[in-house]
Design a binder for this molecule. Structure first.
Ligand code: ZN
Ligand code: ZN
Length: 354
């Protein structure tokens, strides 16, 4: 029997993923075929599976043009190179690699400036092209494959989305000195990555805002300093009094209330980085932006160069492990359901049978 490839793919939005068996692809040109060992399940997989992103206030982002079924989701991929195309250079069969999935067209001005992740004609794995909810995936060029050294494979894969998203957001507020407090809003999966990276990049532990107190222990373990319940009476006032306002705030939630908390916590010339996609809307007072001379900026995943920098840090072994649970690849639909229902703590990693 010839070895085959198993994929769990979206055939109709919102329906259980379909198991599909086919031959393992033969790599063309610079293609590299990776046998997927570990693939993280991300909140955006839930939205891509639904076919829309509910941003609240009746605003729905249509995902049906991004994902054209049949499509295999999964963009946090780590595995082993099993075949290389005739023009592929820089990797060989047997190499263990994590995949940078945020691939662009390669020719537009954003791509040429190194911002492939912001390309308007994206070819992202697990969205526009088939991803890692499969035994194998095809990566179009070896430059998107990064060595993960001695890291555990199921940890390594999480750097491709949750780790990279946190790192890119933190880079936008660097450098921060000992007198420049950093506020991190939200201690979910990406927020936790942000906290543990902040401990690595900056001298002072971040102040963390999280309304779900059951997440406080994990936030503390990740390296949070003070933790604030934003619903507590006078929480913002007390923070402003004790810090004089923070130098930077990163909103990993992205709701109206977290935006307002982050914006309100800034000192003059402070910076608010918006990362989360929870949804909602809120008025902004332009005169306050002027008078406080603040910067509000967005951050979406991260660049290939940032991923290489992040993997340099990760390979050195200084980052604490991300809490995660593993499930067999065949449970992909269930894993999406669990995430949708909020039953997940930390990250779920799908493991293909070896
Ligand atoms: Zn993701
Ligand atoms: Zn492009």
């Amino acid at each position: 029997m010839t070895p085959s490839m198993t994929s769990y793919q979206v055939e109709a939005f919102g329906r259980p993923l379909a198991q599909v068996l086919r031959d393992i692809p033969t790599p063309q040109g610079t293609d590299v075929v990776v046998r997927v060992g570990s693939c993280g399940v991300c909140h955006s997989d839930v939205h891509l599976h639904d076919g829309y992103f509910d941003l609240g206030n009746d605003v729905k982002l249509d995902m049906t043009r991004t994902v054209q079924p049949p499509r295999t989701l999964g963009h946090e991929i780590a595995g082993t190179v099993v075949a290389v195309g005739p023009d592929a250079q820089g990797v060989k069969v047997g190499d263990r690699r994590v995949v940078f999935p945020w691939i662009g067209c390669g020719t537009c001005s954003l791509c040429e400036a190194g911002h492939e992740h912001l390309c308007n004609s994206p070819r992202a794995l697990g969205a526009h092209r088939d991803g890692g909810f499969a035994s194998h995936t095809v990566v179009p060029h070896a430059r998107y494959l990064i060595d993960y050294g001695n890291l555990a494979e199921d940890q390594a894969c999480t750097y491709a989305c949750s780790g990279l998203t946190a790192y890119s957001a933190l880079k936008k507020v660097a450098p921060l000195g000992p007198k420049d407090p950093l506020l991190i809003i939200g201690a979910g999966g990406v927020g936790l990555s942000g906290i543990r990276l902040a401990r690595q990049l900056f001298e002072t532990p971040p102040i963390v805002v999280e309304l779900d107190q059951s997440k406080w222990d994990m936030a503390r373990e990740a390296g949070a300093g003070q933790i604030i319940d934003p619903k507590a009476d006078g929480a913002l006032k007390a923070l402003l009094k004790s810090t004089g306002g923070v130098a930077a705030a990163i909103d990993f939630v992205g709701s109206a209330s977290t935006f307002n908390f982050g914006f309100g916590a800034l000192r003059k010339a402070g910076k608010l980085v918006c990362v989360g996609l929870f949804g909602g809307s809120t008025p902004v007072v332009p005169a306050m932006v002027s008078m406080k001379a603040v910067t509000v900026t967005g951050s979406y995943v991260g660049s290939l160069q940032e991923m290489q920098e992040l993997m340099d840090i990760a390979r050195s072994g200084v980052l604490p492990d991300l809490p995660l649970t593993t499930q067999p690849l065949s449970s992909a639909t269930q894993a999406l359901e669990d995430l949708r229902a909020g039953r997940i703590r930390g990250r779920t990693i799908l493991k293909a049978a070896a």
